[in-house]
Ligand binder design. Sequence first.
Ligand code: UDP
Ligand code: MG
Length: 230
Amino acid sequence: MRLTFCPFSLGVFVGSAYLMTLKLRREEHEKALLSALPSCQVVFVLGGPGAGKGTQCQLLSERLPGWAHLSAGDLLRAERKKGGELGDLINEKIANGQLVPSEVTCKLIENAMEDAYKEHGIDKFLIDGFPRSIGNADAWKTTMSRHQEKLVLCFECPEEVLVGRLLERGKTSGRNDDTVEVIRKRFQTYRDEEGPIVALYEKEGKVRKIASDRSVEDIYKDTSLLIQNC
Ligand code: UDP
Ligand code: MG
């Protein structure tokens, strides 16, 4: 068989290869853009252990389009499961009702935000159970300053009600910190740390207090309005 050189086919070949390269480059560029987390809106949800932060955030993320729920405690428990030195450190803190070092919690939250953005394009986050100390808030302000801290919701509920809820939850939660002894330590940590954080965000005009000794739907009505208007 005799091969003939056709300048036209060569042109078509080179042309399509060029277009293909351009397309790949564009796809790579789009992917890089999508993996770089933009400035996000965040709402911190605070309150004593058992105040209903998780329940409300779950509902809000199901009913308000665009908002995702990240629980600092859940992220820490997931990391603990992986074991190793970090897993041991997290377990030791949780089992004693103390706080995990701020950089660890901040990094886990950042990773989870990046994943949610890459997978679902989400850039609005309800962050439940963080910041829990001035150290947590400072670490966030240092490393995550490009995100917009929109609001700090504080769920307020009498301690006796909270203890009752936690003991009830402890029957089925499987959490090693839902025991009378650790619950007492968690409240101590909460009492020591919460005041200064609330004062810090009050200066910024971001705190909204919500009575959470009420029905789930009543609390939801108030929280969802605040978030929709933030
Ligand atoms: N924790 C922490 N930093 C956080 C959030 C949680 O160190 O920002 C640890 C802390 O030991 C806390 C435990 O995780 O007592 C459980 O937190 P979670 O928010 O799940 O408890 P909740 O307050 O919702 O009952
Ligand atoms: Mg919780």
